[in-house]
Design a protein around this ligand. Structure first.
Ligand SMILES: Nc1ccn([C@H]2C[C@H](O)[C@@H](COP(=O)(O)O)O2)c(=O)n1
Length: 208
């Protein structure tokens, strides 16, 4: 115990040969809840195979817990490689793709989404608006309303207004958030005892 207090008071830690000055107050540049949840929606969108529009959605409860995440993609069993991704012609993606909002609701990990908030990159279409209302979600935070002129968006807003679902546009204070896997020096981390998987750590080769 004595050692720990000495360490905090002097504010200096011994890291191998060099002395490192350690801060003793909390960080001030952490991300806000809104940034965190919208960024989570954007991260989910990175999983989308849609070559033109990638959308992610993240559902959050009262306690700031994430209770559902989804992105736009083909239904289970409908191969990403076989179903169409085109926007034009007779066979278009629009006939098949499950929207991010619908997937986030279906992927929920709690029984009831009553009074939850959905963070989503694009304003929900009328079909997703129905899902949102029926699931009990009470608030939608979106980034882009680029289809505001479309009858599907107008219908969504009409339903949200009638059902008392609040919606507002999130305008981020930072244009980008960087995820840097090298921030933690995992390659040089000392583990005692050493992790049995350390020697086996492979490069991510998951292509699904
Ligand atoms: N709120 C939304 C709006 C659209 N999507 C999905 C559906 C498609 O995969 C794509 C939109 O296609 P495009 O604009 O390229 O014709 O985004 C969604 O998941 N949620």
């Amino acid at each position: 115990m004595g050692e720990i207090n000495d360490f905090q008071e002097t504010n200096i830690s011994q890291n191998c040969d060099e002395q490192v000055v350690q801060p003793t107050t909390k960080r001030s540049d952490y991300i806000s809840w809104h940034e965190y949840f919208m960024a989570t929606a954007f991260l989910a969108a990175k999983r989308s195979k849609d070559p033109i529009t990638q959308v992610g959605a993240c559902i959050v409860d009262h306690d700031h817990k994430i209770v559902g995440i989804g992105y736009n993609g083909m239904p289970i069993g409908c191969s990403d490689d076989e179903f169409p991704w085109s926007k034009d012609g007779k066979e278009t993606k629009h006939l098949y793709v499950c929207h991010a909002e619908m997937n986030a609701i279906i992927n929920k990990n709690i029984v009831d989404l009553k009074d939850c908030i959905m963070y989503v990159a694009l304003f929900p279409c009328n079909e997703c608006a129905k899902f949102i209302i029926q699931s009990g979600i009470k608030e939608v935070v979106y980034m882009s309303d680029k289809h505001s002129h479309k009858c599907t968006t107008i219908a969504s807003k009409k339903m949200f207004n009638a059902a008392d679902v609040k919606y507002w546009q999130y305008i981020p204070k930072n244009k980008s958030l960087v995820i840097d896997f090298t921030e933690i020096d995992w390659n040089n981390m000392q583990q005692v005892p050493s992790s049995p998987f350390k020697e086996l750590s492979l490069q991510d080769s998951d292509t699904n």
